[in-house]
Design a protein around this ligand. Structure first.
Ligand code: ZN
Length: 206
């Protein structure tokens, strides 16, 4: 059994909607990001990667890579789901908390849960999404941005699973490349630092 936690923050900027948990929500601002700024999915991805000790979302989907510009974050989540399966685990449950004053998220929570469950290949009952405010305190309280935290529990599969979407050759190639990179890091750690030190020094991700 493995546990992972993730946190993500994006600032408000120009725009007329935000994307949270894969759901587009009308708002008087957008979120500033290299991708779509989906803090819910980014926190969830970091929790999954943390549970697998595979680094973080910025390492797997570097902002310097044009491939991920304006990316739909659901793509990131599906890739992380594949990594979980490839490493012989299945999601036990996930718990996400979103912190903002606005927009009001309660009407959208069920759609977020359903969307996340689809990409994680699990039951909606295994996914919790909660929304709270910070009582007008701090950057979320001043309406400068949105924060999200996520905790996940992974359970070892009784029978090792093959990749989800086995027919997806692009996804398979990505997972195999990440696995090779992680192996290389383990065999040849960066001078003066561990794998963890290398990843934490990287620029924040999407
Ligand atoms: Zn992010």
């Amino acid at each position: 059994m493995r546990i992972g936690q993730g946190i993500d923050v994006h600032a408000f900027g120009p725009g007329d909607y935000v994307t949270l948990g894969g759901v587009r929500i009308a708002h008087d601002h957008g979120l500033v990001a290299h991708s779509d700024g989906d803090v819910v999915i980014h926190a969830l991805c970091d929790a999954l990667l943390g549970a697998l000790a595979l680094g973080d979302i910025g390492r797997l989907f570097p902002p310097s890579d044009e491939q991920w510009r304006n990316a739909d974050s659901r793509t990131f989540l599906r890739h992380c789901t594949a990594l979980v399966a490839q490493h012989g685990f299945v999601l036990g449950n996930a718990d996400v908390t979103v912190v903002c004053e606005r927009p009001r998220l309660a009407p959208h929570v069920e759609r977020m849960r359903a969307t996340l469950a689809t990409d994680l290949g699990c039951a909606i009952g295994d996914i919790s999404v909660k929304a709270t405010t910070s009582e007008k305190l701090g950057f979320t309280g001043r309406g400068e941005g949105i924060a999200a935290t996520a905790v996940v529990l992974l359970q070892a599969r009784a029978v090792p699973a093959s990749l989800v979407n086995e027919d997806d050759s692009e996804l398979r190639a990505f997972v195999e490349r990440v696995a090779a990179e992680v192996d290389a890091d383990v065999v040849r750690p960066a001078p003066g630092g561990s794998v963890a030190a290398t990843t934490t020094q990287r620029q924040r991700g999407p």
